[in-house]
Design a protein around this ligand. Sequence first.
Ligand SMILES: Cc1cc2nc3c(=O)[nH]c(=O)nc-3n(C[C@H](O)[C@H](O)[C@H](O)COP(=O)(O)OP(=O)(O)OC[C@H]3O[C@@H](n4cnc5c(N)ncnc54)[C@H](O)[C@@H]3O)c2cc1C
Length: 289
Amino acid sequence: MKPAPFDYIAPSSVEEAIEALQAAEEGKVLAGGQSLVPLMSLRLARPTLVVDINRIQGLESVAVHDGVLRLGAMVRHRRVAADPGIVASAPLLAYAARFVGHPAIRNRGTLGGSIAHADPASELAAALLALGGSVVARGPGGERAIAVADLFHGYFMTALDVDEVLTEVRVPARRPGEGYAFAEFAPRNGDFAVVAVAASVLRREEQGAAVRLVGAGLGGMPVDLSAAGDPALGERELTPPVLRSIAERVGSMVEPTGDIHATAEDRRELAQLLTARALREAWHRTAGD
Ligand SMILES: Cc1cc2nc3c(=O)[nH]c(=O)nc-3n(C[C@H](O)[C@H](O)[C@H](O)COP(=O)(O)OP(=O)(O)OC[C@H]3O[C@@H](n4cnc5c(N)ncnc54)[C@H](O)[C@@H]3O)c2cc1C
């Protein structure tokens, strides 16, 4: 099938892109095109204007300022997975990016596109929520920062306005004593996750480990499961009984629904298994400092 007719522009600045989006009957930003183009081809999306942001300079930068990693929205998944600066400052994001699709998808798909698209199985969205990240959106009224915790509203829905361009993603850079892991179940390598878990553990001598956990594929958006990590408080080691107790709590917190890929009960079990696996790995990685 071919897309419905549409107009196309490739502006050279974010301001021009915003103006075009404002004026359009139904405008859509085109980044890597790995989600938008298939949707248009299936006529599930019918924008009247496609605003291609690939020629805008400055949206592919990567820098650390004051302990915060700033990634331009057009940084491709391939770079997120392998750039030494990103791997050092946000290893969880890099681990998660390795699970996104196939090499061809990772070569074109962008960090900003993945977040704006808001697929509930998105690995990058889950990782960003676990990291306490935020995004910067620019629109007719100027620029605003949105915490990732406030960004997702449900299946493919975000707090972004139709005439806003997501320009930057920000995550706190890794601190000593922090370990991260990402665990996923997908039917085949490169498929979307049925369930995935992003885990972050901070090793603390006195108070015990601080755990952050986020699940994907367990509802319409990434689910913050960090409250399940309370049994780690006061513990100097994430021992098998502590891991089991956290995984059990995850099982009672999640409310997945079944679909053609997995039953609700399968998803619950996967969430528990992947939680234990990701936390064990993240804990081992805290020992590197
Ligand atoms: C075969 C296949 C397998 C895939 N597997 C996975 C997978 O396992 N995991 C996964 O997470 N994803 C997967 N994807 C999707 C892929 O990660 C996409 O790259 C991503 O979802 C969208 O990024 P994009 O840059 O291609 O955005 P586009 O397709 O260009 O845009 C997607 C949506 O976001 C909007 N948008 C894009 N950029 C911006 C911006 N800067 N500001 C405002 N709005 C914006 C667009 O208007 C559009 O609505 C897969 C895709 C394919 C085709």
